[in-house]
Design a protein around this ligand. Structure first.
Ligand SMILES: Nc1nc2c(c(=O)[nH]1)N[C@@H](CN(C=O)c1ccc(C(=O)N[C@@H](CCC(=O)O)C(=O)O)cc1)CN2
Length: 315
């Protein structure tokens, strides 16, 4: 892992550090290699290669990239990746039928439905919740089904949602402990914000490596004086989907800043954090691209192998 650690002199004379860059891409590569080795051992023990079915509805360019990258990552790790492409206007029933078919197919270990589902003008709208509810919890490698969300909530998770799990791995592998510390998660989405807050507040070891026991604040668009709330955080996790919304004045000096945002601004990809200026205040920060994003895919591979092992143990 490349760690940049540069000492600078502030124009006003205070010495401070430019934050260490947390290289998610490198850590994701390490995890993918580990999963690849575990897959090889699983297959060498006489099991079929794990199989992940990805369902892509419509032609959203970003979703196409993510699904393609997931298929490539599967292939490299020795996992069979199957992509099911449906037209944007295929309709709820068609999509539900495909999920039911994948649930029933014993050769499929993991199922994911790429989000967001399209919302074509004049076309059918989708009940996303109903689709995610329909995925067999034992194949739910995104951990979006109510059973898996409930198990996490109760502190006995089966699968961990990929992006928050990636962040936990990143912190652990960079030797950053949040135990007893103030963590502020900005954004209350079902995919990132809510499960992230839950995972960091759990007891040690509940969610993998010992990145837990934090005192968590879950902030959102209605939080009063968001800047002041953010400034209380030793670790600030931004998952709001608004380009460069977290500015340096919202960050406590020395805080660890994790940027989950991936926003396209013209040709450029930017996070939810104003990287250049926040880096001057933070002790460590994830870049965009190359931070949290790659970890999402690495943890999906991890979950797919786990699903294959679970199903193997049950048969
Ligand atoms: N079913 C799911 N849908 C979505 C999820 C998810 O976990 N499950 N998360 C996001 C999209 N996503 C994975 O699906 C994802 C997003 C970004 C990256 C990534 O590696 N980003 C790169 C930049 C890539 C680019 O050029 O766009 C980076 O940050 O370095 C991976 C996966 C929403 N939907």
């Amino acid at each position: 892992m490349v760690i940049l650690f540069v000492r600078l002199l502030h124009p006003e004379g205070n010495e401070f550090m430019s934050g260490r860059i947390l290289d998610g891409k490198q850590i994701a590569a390490e995890i993918r290699e580990e999963v690849g080795r575990d897959v090889a051992a699983f297959v060498a023990a006489g099991n079929p290669a794990p199989c992940l079915a990805a369902v892509l509805v419509g032609e959203d360019p970003a979703s196409q990239v993510y699904v393609r990258n997931k298929a490539r990552a599967c292939e490299k790790a020795g996992i069979e990746g199957r992509t099911h492409r449906l037209a944007a206007d295929c309709g709820q029933k068609h999509l539900m039928d495909l999920v039911a078919q994948l649930n029933a197919d014993p050769s499929v270990n993991g199922i994911l439905v790429q989000l967001p589902l399209p919302n074509p003008s004049g076309g059918p709208s989708y009940d996303e919740r109903a689709v995610l509810d329909a995925v067999d919890p034992l194949k739910d490698v995104d951990a979006f089904s109510p059973i898996n969300v409930g198990l996490l909530m109760q502190g006995r998770p089966r699968f961990l949602p990929c992006t928050p799990h990636g962040i936990v791995q990143l912190l652990a592998r960079c030797d950053i402990s949040v135990a007893g510390k103030q963590v502020c998660v900005v954004g209350r989405s079902d995919i990132v914000g809510k499960p992230m807050a839950m995972m960091l507040a759990q007891k040690d070891g509940t969610c993998g490596p010992a990145v837990a026991n934090a005192t968590v604040t879950l902030a959102h668009s209605r939080t009063e004086d968001l800047a002041a709330v953010c400034r209380t955080a030793d670790c600030l996790i931004a998952a709001v989907g608004r380009p460069e919304m977290i500015t340096a004045d919202m960050v406590k000096p020395g805080a660890v800043v994790i940027d989950v945002g991936i926003n396209r601004v013209g040709e450029k990809l930017v996070g939810d954090v104003a990287y250049d200026t926040v880096r001057e205040v933070a002790s460590a920060i994830t870049p965009v691209p190359g931070g949290v994003g790659p970890l999402t895919i690495a943890m999906l591979l991890h979950n797919t192998l786990m699903a294959a092992k679970l199903q193997c143990a049950q048969s």
